[in-house]
Design a protein around this ligand. Sequence first.
Ligand code: SF4
Length: 102
Amino acid sequence: MEWWEEPWRQTAACKEAPKRIFYPSTGVSHMPALEYCNRCTVADECRDFAIRNNETLGIWGGMSAKSRNGIRPKLTDIEVARRRRLQYHAKKEDDRADTAVL
Ligand code: SF4
């Protein structure tokens, strides 16, 4: 099954995003891609797919190729990406709560 056919792709934050930002050229920031990944609800599935399929290029699951290459990424890399997403969602919740009070 190709990545775009995976069921988790249907709810991916990057579903309509330009694909090129997930494959930045040398010297180009990864941050635009990570902005999507940090708020993505299927980042774990995405990362696992990339690892299982030995994707050696691009940003998957909030991780660069460098983070994924050669490993089955270290637990710390996975945990860092997961925590970054949790922090993003917690901040969004806080922002929503602040807005609701006003
Ligand atoms: S984790 Fe990132 S690359 Fe993967 S589906 Fe979500 S937004 Fe797209």
